[in-house]
Design a protein. Structure first.
Length: 113
């Protein structure tokens, strides 16, 4: 288990390369006592083996939106354009609930998104 798990913190480490072994080593994978949890990350291929070893992948919505924007801007994709409109609607709801208490914000987002 990672020494940071108890604190519920985010940690950024440094490795001397981009190989996936660095992520696995840091998370003590594939050791049975290795870290298990949700890894918020980009689409770096080095993380892929972690997901096969019990780590849950959580992609960032911003990365998906960026790819859709590139699809629309570079190729005139109608699907990309429609997706960007949906993102605009989602962001509008998020702005509306920004000042609400956590539970009320969750209720509104669950209902409207």
């Amino acid at each position: 288990m990672s020494p940071f798990a108890f604190f519920g913190v985010a940690y950024v480490g440094f490795a001397d390369g981009r190989g996936g072994r660095h992520a696995r080593d840091f998370l003590d994978l594939p050791d049975e006592d290795g870290w298990r949890g949700t890894l918020v990350c980009d689409d770096f291929s080095g993380y892929k083996a972690c997901f096969e070893l019990g780590v849950t992948e959580a992609g960032r919505l911003a990365y998906a939106r960026r790819k859709l924007h590139e699809l629309w801007a570079n190729h005139g994709s109608l699907a990309g354009e429609q997706a960007l409109k949906f993102f605009g609607e989602l962001y509008a709801v998020e702005r509306e609930v920004a000042d609400l208490m956590r539970e009320e914000r969750k209720r509104v987002l669950t209902t409207h998104c």
